[in-house]
Write a protein that binds this ligand. Structure first.
Ligand SMILES: [Zn+2]
Length: 181
């Protein structure tokens, strides 16, 4: 996000226009997301979206058949239903598959492929099923840690588990819906 905004301050050139960001509005004009200009151009040329505002000054994007203006804001022609995603807190409940997906199946202790999750504070000591207390864990690490805290087991977490970013979840859902239109 930061890098996109950084490139936005400079005028687009043939080399960097792809890295400028474009605001996507739903058919109802509700702001949905910011996407890369390359993706926005694909949505425009495939008839999924229309340009609401072009970039000033005019910056042409040319292909063999057509020339279009680099957009600043585009609007989807079909309404995309977006469920309201409540903010996810570290203390909210997590599922096994949710934790494995968040950690990309990497063990939080040794980074190898993980199929199970570990309660950082063991369940036997009241450790909850929350995003902040669960981490993907491979079977050997899970066995080695047993019913102990990482400190007691002499194991170190490679990162601090957090609740997944609800915006990223929302973005994935939007792209999945667009892909099926
Ligand atoms: Zn491991």
């Amino acid at each position: 996000m930061l890098s996109r905004h950084a490139t936005d301050r400079v005028a687009p050139t043939s080399d960097n226009w792809i890295h400028t960001s474009v605001l996507v509005l739903n058919a109802s004009y509700e702001a949905l997301d910011e996407i890369g200009a390359d993706r926005a151009v694909v949505l425009l040329t495939s008839g999924v979206a229309e340009s609401v505002a072009d970039r000033e000054p005019y910056f042409p994007i040319r292909s063999k058949q057509l020339e279009i203006a680099l957009p600043e804001t585009i609007r989807l022609l079909r309404y995309v239903f977006v469920e309201h995603v409540n903010p996810v807190h570290e203390e909210s409940r997590a599922t096994l598959t949710g934790v494995l997906r968040r950690d990309k199946h990497r063990c939080g202790y040794c980074a190898s492929w993980a199929r199970t999750v570990d309660h950082i504070r063991p369940r036997s000591r009241g450790g909850p099923n929350t995003w902040g207390n669960l981490i993907a864990c491979c079977a050997p690490c899970n066995t080695a840690k047993a019913d102990r805290t990482p400190e007691e087991a002499g194991m170190r977490l490679l990162w601090q588990p957090k609740a997944p970013d609800p915006m990223a979840k929302r973005q994935r859902r939007i792209w999945r819906q667009l892909a099926t239109t």
